[in-house]
Design a protein around this ligand. Sequence first.
Ligand code: THU
Length: 138
Amino acid sequence: MNKEELVKKAYEAQKFSYSPYSGFQVGAALLAGNGKIYTGCNIENAAFSPTNCAERTAFFKAVSEGEKEFQGIAIVGNKKDAPKEEWEFCTPCGVCRQVMLEFVNPEEFLIISGKGDEIKEFTLKELLPESFSPSMVN
Ligand code: THU
C-alpha cells in the first residue's frame, strides 16, 4: 500500500468538500482489495443530520459499485483556509468507524490520518475496541 499516494488522493478529494455550515473540509481515499481507489468528501445539509462524512461517502461509493474488500482509508481534514500550523490529524467519527466495521477485518484494515506530509496510522480495532460487530447479529 502506498500510504503517501492515498493521502494525496484524500487531499484531492478534500477540494470537493461541501461544508458551508461547519467550514470543516474533509477528504478520504479508500483503497479496495483490488487496488482501486474510491475518494469521498463530506457533504453537509441545511437540515444538519443528513450530512455525510467523507469516509462514508467513499465507502458508499465503493460498496454501491460492487466492492467487498478493502485494505485501508486515508483521511485529511481541516477548517477551510486554516494555516498549516493549525492543521490536526483527523480521525473518523464513531458512526464512520461502525460503518467501516461492517465491511472490513478490524485487525487488518488501516486508518491513515494525514497532516501535510505527516502520517498517523491505526487499525480499526484500535479505534473501535469492544465493538458491536456484524457477527453478533448474523
Ligand atoms: N466529518 C467528516 O467528514 N469526517 C470525519 O472524520 C469527521 C467529521 C465532517 C462532518 C461535518 O461535515 C464536518 O466534518 C464537521 O463535523
